[in-house]
Design a protein around this ligand. Structure first.
Ligand code: NAD
Length: 507
């Protein structure tokens, strides 16, 4: 960091036990405003000892919170939802300033998290167990869901509001206490969420934020008191988190990267397809795990019609600062990420794909140090290219031409990632067959970004998710609770039966 910057950048804190706590490790990471490239803050990177101290605070808060009846826990969620709505503008501005997504999209990020809080307001109903009267002679059987204890969430940079709320919203409503380890690139929104959660009436220690990098993550994965870990980020780290956390006896769900295809059938409404591809491919600078990054037109004529309409739209994308109301999308999150995306464009060219629109070299007047890239569009991409196999995570759309529906449908199925996919068609048969056979977790039929709502569940297949339980919805409640089943008989009327050496059956 330059000396001039250092005096202006403020040191962020952890949020533990209801208070802001300064970092003591002496390690920091710069947070930049991606519009200007200026360092605006420093994220403290927790040591393993700082993480353990936060776990102790969360463990102390657990028994009382777990014993708080679910309606009272739900009331905290209701009040938190109200506070999110009341503070929407401030949260969106904070988010845009560190992430670079435009304000309207930042509001969407907060809103999608808020919808998980709305879902969590129903926790009294969601945690009810089952009951069978008279399961045997004088025997009743019932089940109950109980919280696990201290839980943790490790989140990526690209949804700093929604993804922490996916995790702590459901977990805390279930009666757990929680530690969020946000992305070190844009941690201010998660810290603000924890402040608001306290204001909503949560006791101190129920929600804590510990900032950090690999050292804090490793401390979470090996801490004997942490019972469950939810992770969202890139696939190699997700796999590492899953393997390490489960090897230490924890319940782990770990969502990874993506390469989402859109299949375009010859009968699709091409104007609608182009509108959808432009938004889903380039919105948030392509930094979404549900972004469409590959378009697969079926047949040469479909491909030619698509390219003809798509090129001028990509060329006229309005790239601007994140606070400008008329920007389609803003800068990428960091210079390092912008450079990585540029290097994938270079790779695509070298591999022989045809670069129809080149977004490199885009400069925004007055913001020459910002991390901007124009939209890029490739045609004639083939499945053997490395730039097709990898996730690029930037404003780059690749077209892979398929001769037949079957050939197109095989592409997402054979890809290492299986997060989202879409098909555009008027043919119900084709859509139904595709949805049934494709090896991908979330499918859109004429819907470009099929992100399930809070009361359904979110999760991909293959290298897009490790573990077997999705985020939020009833799957989330399952992930954050134990089930216990009780079989009971009351000793009225004396001895009921002799010792039995045979497994009880209902024969
Ligand atoms: P990332 O993997 O770099 O970071 C995610 C988290 O892991 C952060 O909290 C980070 O501090 C931590 N981390 C980074 N390196 C680590 C290491 N070596 N050891 C332990 N922990 C480490 O991901 P990102 O760049 O912040 O986010 C973008 C990625 O997240 C993309 O791949 C995107 O597809 C994915 N993502 C997936 C989903 C989903 O639901 N499948 C949703 C959003 C984002």
């Amino acid at each position: 960091m330059a000396a001039r910057d250092r005096t202006m950048a403020k040191d962020l804190t952890h949020f533990i036990g209801g208070k802001h706590v300064a970092g003591t490790s002496g390690r920091f990471l710069d947070v930049t405003n991606p519009n200007t490239g200026e360092v605006t803050a420093r994220t403290p990177l927790a040591s393993a000892a700082e993480l353990r101290a936060a776990v102790s605070v969360a463990a102390k808060a657990f028994p009382e919170w777990a014993a708080t009846n679910p309606q009272r826990r739900a009331r905290v969620m209701f009040e938190f939802k109200r506070l999110l709505e009341a503070n929407m503008n401030e949260l969106a501005e904070l988010l845009s300033a560190e992430h670079g997504k435009v304000i309207a999209d930042s509001k969407g990020d907060v809103q999608r998290g808020l919808e998980v809080i709305e879902f969590a307001c129903g926790i009294p109903h969601l945690m009810k167990g089952e009951f069978t009267e008279g399961a045997g002679p004088g025997i009743d059987m019932y089940s109950m869901r109980q919280p696990l204890g201290v839980c943790a969430g490790i989140t990526p940079f690209n949804f700093p509001a929604m993804i922490p709320m996916w995790m702590f919203g459901v977990s805390i409503a279930c009666g757990n206490t929680f530690i969020v380890k946000p992305s070190e690139k844009d941690p201010s929104v998660p810290i603000r969420l924890a402040e608001l959660f306290m204001e909503a009436g949560a006791p101190a220690g129920v929600l804590n934020v510990v900032n950090g990098d690999k050292e804090a993550v490793d401390a979470i994965l090996t801490d004997p008191m942490i019972q469950a870990v939810s992770f969202v980020g890139s696939s190699d780290i997700a796999q590492y988190v899953y393997a390490t956390g489960t090897a230490h006896g924890k319940r782990v769900q770990a969502m990874g990267g993506a390469k989402n295809h859109a299949i375009i059938m010859p009968d699709a409404d091409m104007d609608q397809v182009v509108n959808d591809l432009i938004g889903a491919g380039y919105g948030s600078a392509g930094e979404r795990c549900m972004a469409i990054s590959v378009a697969v037109p079926v047949g040469e004529d479909t491909a030619d019609r698509l390219v003809e309409k798509l090129v001028p739209r990509v060329q006229s994308l309005k790239v601007g600062i994140s606070t400008a109301a008329d920007s389609d999308y803003g800068p990428l999150v960091t210079k390092a990420h912008m450079d990585k995306v540029s290097s994938y464009i270079e790779m695509g060219v070298k591999e022989g794909a045809k670069l129809l629109v080149d977004g490199r070299g885009f400069k925004l007047q007055g913001y020459e140090n910002g991390f901007f890239l124009g939209g890029s569009l490739f045609d004639h991409v083939t499945p053997d290219m490395q730039s097709y196999k990898d996730e690029i995570f930037g404003p780059v759309l690749q077209i892979v031409r398929a001769k037949t529906f079957d050939e197109a449908a095989e592409l997402p199925t054979n890809h290492q990632y299986g997060n989202g996919v879409a098909i555009f068609t008027r043919d119900g048969d084709a859509a139904r067959s595709f949805a049934s056979r494709v090896q991908v977790g979330m499918v859109g039929i004429n819907v470009p970004i099929p992100v399930p709502l809070a009361y359904h569940t979110f999760g991909g297949w293959k290298r897009s998710a490790f573990g077997d339980t999705n985020q939020h919805g009833t799957e989330g409640v399952k992930f954050w609770t134990h089930i216990k089943t009780v079989t009971s008989r009351w000793p009225t009327g004396g001895v009921k039966e002799a010792s039995s050496f045979v497994i009880p059956t209902m024969k």
